[in-house]
Design a protein around this ligand. Structure first.
Ligand code: NAD
Length: 367
């Protein structure tokens, strides 16, 4: 059986706690003969600042570059609130994304039947929800130049951010979305604002052109503001939703809240496919380091375990093992197991490690 090189970067706060559960799942997958890994570990974020004075060392970056995939917990926390901007914990994560060219951010928003009542929307609107948001991650207004605040002659200030996209940047993210749609229900919605933004005009034009290679997939264009409204009005109309960095940031947070808890949401950040057919990839929960609950055994490990399932599917082609792991999570929730963040009133919550153990029991039962 192929052994995959996996780099684990637990990070800060609840990062190491949820990563410990993933390590247990990795052990179980190995014992069941479903997947084999060569594990390496390193530091990122505040823990790397404490040990090395910077949030990501060159050695850790080289390790990440050499790995088949990276799993990251979360970075940051009040302990590092006052470090210099260039070496803040998040800078380690941004460097990983930028240096490894991770331009495609995949954020599934899945509403588990057992948790439909935890959503901000009515059960019938979200039950069975399964959206994949594909957000462009390395371009757009967060990176465009000029990006500055200047002082005007009258002493007041002027701030500029630049929204910029090239044909190539839009093409590659559109391909990711259409390829994914082929493996799902064959529908893509593309969100931009071509009515008021030139980058939106180009976005729509390029996505339409790329669509010509995917006659089996349907494409719908939607204005990003209308898309936000539709996500809370009738979210199940969407399957794959592709959009730029800024709109993706906002729309994926809206979609996150449809599912109930931040502790449930995994994500993948993918790079370009190379000549050998492989791609750089980093998998991480959507949530942060949750300093308010760190060290208490309260953290929900499902987002982190779901990130491992995405890694099995998208980096290693182990769709069957990913399905088994995801259905183990579904059954664990159906059995009533709840960490504090998803426990309804009157339900006694279980700890982070008890949730990990319960998922592994279901995994072993199904395999
Ligand atoms: P957060 O996601 O850490 O926490 C928000 C709320 O959700 C908290 O109440 C927290 O207890 C809860 N929560 C989050 N994950 C949970 C889980 N797995 N189980 C149960 N409850 C969970 O966001 P925040 O409080 O805004 O940020 C805290 C720190 O994390 C900051 O330093 C921030 O910069 C950092 N952060 C890091 C990342 C990342 O590493 N990718 C992302 C977001 C925030």
């Amino acid at each position: 059986m192929t052994s995959y090189k996996l780099l684990l970067l637990p990070g800060d706060g609840i990062g190491p706690e949820v990563m410990a559960e993933v390590e247990k799942v990795i052990g179980a997958l190995d014992a069941l003969g479903l997947a084999r890994f060569e594990i390496e570990r390193d530091l990122v974020g505040g823990s790397a600042i404490d040990a090395h004075g910077k949030p990501l060392t060159d050695e850790a970056l080289a390790r990440a570059d050499a790995a088949d995939a990276i799993l990251l917990g979360a970075v940051g926390g009040p302990k590092w609130a006052d470090v210099a901007y260039e070496i803040r914990p998040e800078a380690g994560l941004l460097r990983l994304r930028k240096d490894l060219g991770l331009f495609a951010n995949l954020r599934p928003a899945i509403c588990y039947p057992a948790l439909a009542d935890a959503s901000a929307l009515k059960r019938e609107l979200v039950e069975g929800l399964d959206i994949m948001i594909v957000r462009e991650l390395t371009g757009g207004v967060y990176f465009g130049e000029p990006k500055e605040i200047t002082t005007l002659p009258d002493g007041s200030k002027r701030a500029v951010d630049t929204q910029v996209y090239t044909t190539a940047e839009i093409e590659r993210i559109a391909h990711v979305a259409f390829d994914l749609a082929r493996k799902r229900s064959g529908r893509v919605a593309s969100a931009e604002k071509h009515n008021v933004m030139k980058s939106g005009v180009l976005w729509k034009e390029v996505v339409t052109k790329v669509h010509a290679d995917y006659s089996d997939v349907t494409l719908e264009h939607v204005l990003a503001d209308n898309c936000a409204m539709q996500l809370v009005r009738r979210p199940k109309q969407y399957d794959v939703l592709v959009t730029d960095n800024l709109f993706g940031d906002v729309l994926s947070d809206v979609a996150a809240m449809l599912t109930g808890s931040l502790g449930m949401l995994p994500s993948a950040s993918l790079g370009a496919v190379d000549a050998k057919g492989s791609r750089k990839a980093l998998y991480e929960p959507v949530h942060g380091s949750a300093p308010d609950i760190a060290g208490k055994g309260y953290a929900n490990p499902i987002a982190m375990i779901g990130s491992l399932a995405m890694c099995l599917r998208y980096s290693f082609g182990l769709g069957e093992a990913a399905d088994l792991l995801e259905s183990a999570v579904t059954r664990t929730l159906a059995s009533g197991a709840r960490t504090r963040d998803i426990a309804a009133e009157g339900i006694t919550p279980i700890s982070t490690s008890e949730m990990g153990d319960a998922i592994i029991r279901e995994l072993k039962h199904a395999a």
